[in-house]
Ligand binder design. Structure first.
Ligand code: ADP
Length: 597
């Protein structure tokens, strides 16, 4: 059993009491024994002197002396023996017939009393068979000796009883002392035990641990101080945790990948963007791993080492093999004893830059073609003969007009696209019925369809969306114009709008030339055309579907295409319906039936 400090304190407190008491008792009992013995001896000698004097006053006849001894013996509680000059016993209080007694002349006390006048000798009495204390006194002016004997056992017995009582009391007192010390120590130990338990909880990370101090002593004050300290710790920790959570949320929300590496090249933090840029699975545990376990790219590791060896912030653009392949800008900066890596995926930026360059060169090219035609026509018309020619003259003028229209359409589409891209927030957002937009567009394009020999049918159910009517009109126009343009004479174009599964669903289907499968992905790109010449001759700009895709996206929708070569195509636009009361009554229903326009 392990002895707690309280037990030790109890023992320490009671040990001096117990030892002291034991020493005191040993000394006292011994002393008491000696004093009692001395008193006994003294009184016995005194009594023997008294008796000797009485004998000296004689003359006593033998019978008288025996009677005197028999009387005095019980009175004094001692055995009285009178021994004659020759050692014969003259009288004895304890013996009826003294003649039966042997000669006492050689008894040590008798010999000593004869020579010194008195003697005191403790010894065993053969006559009575017990330990006796003998006091012998020579009778004045005589060689006789009076001897008094008292039982030593009796006195010793009384002493033993007294000392036993002493010991009892002492053990009781010591026991009570130990008990009181133990209780006091326990009273102290309990709050300290509570403090220890609470400290263990704090050690295990539970900062809500508190103690309940009672009283105002040092232990209670220690308890209050402990509570205050843990409270402050808890607050500081909560603040630090909130700060860390905020920082972690900021880091997680960043587009840039951030990786913190310690002096041992062990990763202590890495955000989601870092995982993505380094092509690590999203559930990869980053923290705690060595950087070279996760990043194989030697140039990134080189940057970490360069930054760690104190060469300041270093950066480089690195082509990361992926997959997917990425162009990553890596910046490594020393922070404390570690390194912070910031990774920026430059691929999108570069792609956008590339798109912009391509767009500019495409636009220049698209503009140059009609301008070149116009320039050629104007040059021809400067020639009087051509201008005066009744056939060629108007043909060149028409050519100029056609190319001017193309230029106008091109600039119009470029502007529309740039507006959608650069200022999408300026787009009006009003609740409107898409059916009205669809019907208006189809009505206006009916003549164009008729001229192309294509049957145009429209069926539009009320579908309320939130957005910009003009932009949505452009979407419908572009899709229907394309359907008419790429459908040969005798074909048909069906435009259908209905609310379905929370979206306004617009289908523009034609029975036209269709789109090769390999081009389906690309027709929404700017200036991409399956058949350039056909598109141009039909007045197409190559931007129509790009505008459609962008405009639909800005309305929270999507556009898809299904097509079969020589069979026809279907473009489907889905735009989320406006939240609000469900459409009611015929007034809202418009004209749901199919209408040929
Ligand atoms: P364009 O002005 O050339 O029509 P768009 O961006 O509107 O440009 O269309 C891109 C290309 O997609 C067209 O050049 C054409 O090749 C193809 N396309 C678009 N709509 C249809 C359709 N309904 N049927 C067949 N091909 C189509």
């Amino acid at each position: 059993m392990r002895l707690g400090w309280a037990g030790k304190a109890a023992i320490a407190a009671s040990l001096p009491v117990v030892v002291g008491l034991a020493a005191f008792l040993l000394v006292t009992v011994d002393r008491l024994g000696r004093v009692t013995r001395e008193n006994l001896e003294r009184s016995l000698v005194r009594e023997a002197h008294g008796a000797a004097r009485a004998v000296a006053r004689g003359p006593w006849g033998p019978l008288e002396m025996q009677a005197w001894a028999r009387l005095l013996g019980p009175e004094t509680g001692a055995r009285i023996t009178v021994i004659g000059e020759d050692g014969t016993v003259l009288a004895d209080s304890d013996v009826e017939d003294v003649s039966t007694l042997e000669n006492h002349g050689q008894r040590p006390e008798v010999i000593e009393a004869r020579s010194k006048g008195s003697a005191i000798v403790p010894r065993h009495s053969r006559t009575v068979g017990r330990d006796l204390l003998y006091a012998a006194v020579r009778v004045p002016d005589s060689a006789r000796v009076v001897r008094m004997a008292r039982d030593l056992d009796e006195a010793q017995q009384a002493l033993r009883t007294a000392s036993r009582t002493f010991w009892f009391v002492a053990v009781g007192v010591a026991g009570a002392g130990v008990l009181i010390a133990a209780l006091l120590a326990r009273g102290l130990a309990r709050p300290l035990g509570e403090l220890t338990a609470a400290a263990r909880r704090v050690e295990a990370g539970d900062f809500s641990a508190r103690v309940y101090p009672r009283g105002r002593d040092e232990v209670a004050r220690l308890g209050h101080a402990f509570n205050k300290m843990t409270g402050q710790l808890q607050e500081t920790l909560a603040r630090a945790e909130a700060e860390a959570a905020r920082l972690s949320a900021v880091l997680e929300g960043m587009n840039e990948g951030v990786v913190a590496v310690d002096a041992q090249e062990r990763i202590s933090f890495g955000n989601g963007a870092a995982r993505e840029i380094l092509s690590l699975p999203p559930d990869t545990e980053i923290a705690g791993k060595r950087i070279y376990e996760l990043v194989r790219e030697p140039r990134i590791l080189g940057l970490v080492q360069a930054a760690a060896s104190g060469r300041g912030p270093v950066e480089a653009e690195i082509r990361h093999d992926g997959p997917p392949r990425r162009l990553v800008q890596v910046r490594a900066a020393p922070v404390g004893t570690g390194v912070i890596l910031v990774l920026r995926d430059m691929s999108r930026l570069r792609r956008l830059e590339q798109m912009r360059t391509d767009f500019v060169s495409n636009v220049s090219h698209e503009l140059r073609t009609p301008l070149a035609s116009i320039a050629a026509a104007v040059e021809t018309l400067q020639d009087d003969a051509a201008r005066g020619d009744p056939v060629e003259g108007p043909r060149f003028v028409q050519m100029i007009q056609r190319n001017l229209r193309r230029l106008e359409a091109l600039l119009d589409d470029i502007l529309a696209l740039s507006r959608l891209e650069s200022r999408p927030e300026t787009l009006p957002r009003e609740p409107l019925d898409l059916a009205g937009v669809v019907r208006a567009a189809c009505e206006e394009l009916a003549e164009r369809a008729r001229q192309a020999g294509v049957a145009l049918a429209v069926r539009a159910e009320r579908s309320r969306v939130v957005g910009d009517a003009a932009t949505l009109r452009r979407v419908v126009d572009n899709l229907v114009v394309n359907a008419i343009t790429y459908t040969p004479q005798g074909g048909r174009v069906d435009v259908a709008l209905e609310p379905r599964e929370g979206a306004a669903v617009l289908d523009v289907s034609d029975t036209g030339i269709g789109i090769p499968e390999e081009d389906l992905d690309r027709i929404f790109e700017r200036f991409y055309r399956v058949d350039k010449a056909r598109s141009r001759s039909a007045g197409g700009t190559g931007l129509g579907l790009a505008i459609v895709k962008h405009a639909v996206g800005l309305h929270g929708g999507v556009v898809e295409v299904r097509s079969k070569l020589a069979r026809g195509s279907t473009f489907t636009v889905r735009i989320p319906l406006a939240a609000g009361p469900a459409p009611t009554g015929a007034a809202d229903a418009g004209a749901p039936g199919e209408t040929a326009v």
